[in-house]
Design a protein around this ligand. Structure first.
Ligand code: FE2
Length: 237
């Protein structure tokens, strides 16, 4: 039987538009206010994405600690890297099984959607780059633009590793969470294909001696404002 998926698709689009407006209704604000509002929207609107962002930020600043990169911005980029998922239907984010090709197309829009809600300011360039390019791959097979190698901004190359480390350690409907040692090993094996090989070496050195951040991260963080120190998870020392 052929089912008409149009009503469902229309509902999805309507919900996406509503969620998008939620994140986007911040015209003419100072960029720090806008960033704080985006963080608060993420923390209260999608707690699982928020907790994931906290852990990705945790990994990212440890990988970036010895590099020529602004760690405060890198941390912020980690927190916000999936902010574009706020513009996707909640049912898509919560879907337990594999995504259909159409749903994957939706999901692959989140880096561009996220970059679009950030303040377009030179001072937040690293955050923008991290959000927009964190799904690019070293071999050029990533998205949304297919950048390859060192053409991918450094912050995004760091976030790609941090993102995968956390994803591997999270429960999925089709598999249980894996130990952190397995995550490090998996990322190491993808060096030179998915990830910048030099950064993978740095990540393994920096993270092998740290325990992974605890998970789940607990209840949603309360509303907060910048400065960044206020957003630092308790497990960072
Ligand atoms: Fe992402």
């Amino acid at each position: 039987m052929i089912t008409n998926s149009y009503p469902m698709e229309r509902r999805r689009r309507e919900e996406a538009r509503r969620r998008w407006m939620l994140a986007h209704q911040v015209p003419a604000e100072a960029s720090s206010v806008r960033v704080a509002r985006l963080l608060r929207t993420l923390a209260t609107g999608e707690p699982s994405v928020w907790h994931h962002g906290q852990r990705v930020a945790w990994f990212a600043i440890r990988i970036g600690a010895g590099l020529d990169v602004d760690l405060a911005q890198l941390y912020l980029a980690g927190l916000l890297h999936d902010i574009g998922k706020l513009a996707l239907p909640a049912e898509l984010l919560a879907k337990p099984g594999a995504l259909t090709p159409a749903e994957q197309t939706w999901m692959r829009m989140h880096p561009d959607l996220g970059a679009a809600v950030l303040p377009q300011e030179r001072s937040l360039g690293l955050v923008y780059a991290g959000v927009r390019y964190h799904h690019e791959r070293w071999d050029g097979a990533g998205y949304p633009t297919g950048l390859r190698g060192e053409a991918i901004p450094l912050a995004a190359r760091i976030l790609a590793i941090a993102d995968s480390l956390d994803a591997i350690c999270m429960d999925r409907p089709y598999r249980p969470r894996r130990p952190f040692s397995v995550a490090l090993d998996t990322v190491s094996r993808a060096a030179g294909q998915q990830f910048d090989p030099a950064l993978v070496e740095i990540a393994v050195r920096a993270l092998a001696k740290h325990p992974a951040p605890p998970r789940p991260a607990g209840p949603p963080a309360p509303a907060f404002a910048l400065p960044l120190a206020a957003t630092t998870p308790a497990f960072i020392n």
